[in-house]
Design a protein around this ligand. Structure first.
Ligand code: SF4
Ligand code: SF4
Length: 181
């Protein structure tokens, strides 16, 4: 497979600096509201605060890939004496929890690094994190050219996983009939 140069964008997270203020969730959901900035519902954010103030645990996690099945094993992590639970660092939109799913449609949410036109100087959650817990990084890597599924395919797959293909086909048929009528 051919190799291509790809700009890799990532956000490094400094757990020691995060105080759980949730400003990142607010700006992410506002940026992705339709129309843009028309509202802010952290339930729609592509970054989530996993918080446990009593144990001083604050973990910002930004949304990764959708997966139709939950994983079999669960891990616990102990870092600097603090225990982080099971799914604490996981970025997947998966059936075992509500995180990273649109609260109305159930469709998976994924961080898009705030794609915008013109482009943002830095992702908005990074700009809004006044504690510098989120650090934006860019690097170039040589990777194998691959065809990634488009957002539409991922959305349709999530819907069929949730409702089954027959129900989706019925709904599409009904919608097309009502458009014709
Ligand atoms: S804005 Fe920064 S400090 Fe606040 S919750 Fe998000 S990552 Fe943590
Ligand atoms: S980079 Fe943008 S889309 Fe991704 S979590 Fe931050 S604000 Fe949301």
């Amino acid at each position: 497979m051919a190799k291509v140069k790809k700009k890799i964008k990532s956000i490094k997270i400094d757990l020691d600096k995060c105080n759980g203020c949730r400003a990142c969730e607010v700006i992410c959901s506002a940026f992705h509201a339709s129309p843009k900035y028309s509202g802010a519902n952290p339930g729609r954010a592509r970054i989530r605060m996993i918080r446990d103030p009593l144990r001083d645990v604050y973990v910002p996690v930004y949304a990764g890939e959708y997966t139709p099945a939950e994983c079999m094993g669960r891990d616990k992590y102990v870092i600097d004496g603090k225990e982080y639970d099971e799914c604490g660092f996981c970025r997947a939109s998966c059936p075992s929890r509500d995180a990273f799913k649109d609260p109305d449609s159930g469709l998976p949410l994924k961080c898009d690094m705030c794609e915008d036109d013109p482009p943002q100087e830095k992702p908005l959650c990074v700009q809004w994190c006044l504690n510098d817990a989120l650090i934006y990084e860019e690097r170039e890597e040589e990777v194998e050219e691959e065809e990634s599924p488009e957002a539409l395919e991922v959305g349709v797959k999530a819907l069929t996983d949730k409702f089954g293909l027959d129900q989706i086909m019925d709904a599409v048929a009904r919608m097309s009939m009502s458009k014709k009528g």
